[in-house]
Design a protein around this ligand. Sequence first.
Ligand code: ATP
Ligand code: MG
Length: 684
Amino acid sequence: MSRSYNLNSQPKAGRFSLDYQAELNEEQYAAVCSKPGPALVIAGAGSGKTRTLTYRVAYLIEKGVEPKNILLLTFTNKASREMLERVRELVPVDISDLWGGTFHSICNRILRRHAEELGFTSSFSILDRDDQKSLINSVIADCDIDTKDKRFPKADVLLTIFSLALNTGADIPKIVDESYPYFEDWIEQIVEVGAKYTKKKLEVNSMDFDDLLLLTVKLLKNNLDLRQRYQKKFQHIMVDEFQDTNHVQSSLVNYLVAGQESIMVVGDDAQSIYSWRGADMENILSFPDRFKDAKVFRIESNYRSVPEILELSNSAIKANRKQFDKNLKAHRTGGSARPALVALDDPGAQANFVAQRVLELRDEGVELEEMAILYRAHHQSLEIQMEFTSRNIPFQITSGLRFFEQAHIKDVSAFMRFVVNRKDEVSFKRMILLLPGIGNVGADKLWRSWVATGWHQREDNPAKFSDILLDFKPPKKAQAGWEQLCYTLDELVNGGEFARPSSMVYSILEGTYDDYIRATFDNYEQRKQDIQQLMDYGEGFDDIMEFLAQLSLMSTADGDPSGKKEQPDDESVVLSSIHQAKGLEWKVVFVIWLTDGMFPNGRILDADDQDAMEEERRLFYVAITRAKDELYLTYPMINPKSYRGDLVQTPSSFLDDFPRELVEEWNVSSAPSWDDHDFGDDPF
Ligand code: ATP
Ligand code: MG
């Protein structure tokens, strides 16, 4: 006897009857429901590009496309999770087979299946930055490079050079020449280390982040059979934020879609802000040339912001020469306050203002997570971090570590901690391990020499550290650095008296540390600026103990001195660099430090480089277009604690790019406190 059995049919068109026309505007609808084939959605910020992609996925599934045949490439994994979550709400279908994620995560998935083809095994490790550094250090040790007379770039710097070369397609000497001219004498050795590093990774069956992309491209390029299999699998490929793809990512997309060309990319040339990482705006601009018959959709409405904010954004980006003219129209109705332009006395007042407004807005019912403070560079968040900490305003930082948790701030503090507390073995070792030629064994020996002098137990300060320390026997290679360190320490105690906190930071930076960060870190300028900020902060203290205590308390501001990260408060204000804020939106946005030198960045201003300046302006555009309801543009008029002396700040040149009537200028004055009143001798 046989049994009849029917397979249920897969969801087909019309099953969910989503009302696309009601949820989308005409242009979005046209893109979402377009016939398969290359398509480009190019539109300004907040016009619903990401929303269009989300609905496109839903539409395809509704039309019967199987989720496993869809590839969705997003800027972050979080963005992909959120988009797929939304798709699930729209079409109640199991979409776990859909491939969604960043370029790196998708490449990882491909490589796990075919690593053998490249000489790796499928269990290859992915190297994080620390792993990469130790691997590169072992390569340097093997290369036998004589670094006695001249510093060889440290692992971090080398990794950045290699990565830039791969991501921009330029060769290593060119990168060194353009970005690291002070390492020019080492070009030959740098190239050698690069080649050996690549070999070593294969030997230890490990890939770094760049390899994930490059090796996938290599795999698809060299293996026609495999390439065709993936092309067949991914019948629909979608890419968000396409303006920030680099040439490796672009060729990956080309290999995956070649032939059937079912690709939809969305982006905004006015928001291209990653050229420093090799992103090439040409990828989006030349899309219609590369994909013949590509349909181009332009969305002209902005759904995110009130018209007052949108008008300012449209106007602010106009000054750029290189752009497609778009004039977004506001979908939302007007009548809100114009964006606020707020000049404050100094950075402290700026932080005060932001904190006070945040608290007021919270009282008015705006939730803390609906507010964001955005800035050009991480160190510009310092005063805000301090002000929020002292007012108990919960915040999360997406731009990096909390200021005082950063390695270079801790390094500089180690010098001061040691001179103040001479039993502090950890700080002593942290400090001397910075010297070239001193490793753990050497550090231990020197610490024992220090203990042997008995000075670690004495209450009084040595008049000169060098009188004691110069008698020690550091490793030969470290002799010059050691002497330099001794003289630096002398400056910190000034004949037995502690120097002021800010001069201590100055001496440490100038005497020893500057040399170290230049050779060690890829972002030398930024770290130097951080330390200068620390110096400014130190100006507010006379007493070094108080200063150090404050630093320690600030770095454990999460309340856990063990250093473990707490889960970010659900209800917390976001502090973010503008780069990290891409694609996101908040009800209220503060853009701070709008002064020439801070934003636009000083180096770019000095270099007078028109292209770089246009990218800065796009960054400004990204910042202000994150705001839905309220936007505050703030800047300090003076920066009295600047290490360069009293410094009157010039308001950012971006503020001249739009007519003043588009903003409302706020005059902020300090309410008199009781301490300010002169009541005479006996007022009552
Ligand atoms: P960005 O350039 O910043 O990445 P975007 O173009 O991707 O922005 P989205 O983030 O997709 O824009 O949309 C901005 C906001 O507008 C979101 O809150 C979105 O839900 C809303 N939105 C977009 N289109 C519509 C629409 N047709 N109806 C209602 N809301 C919409
Ligand atoms: Mg988007």
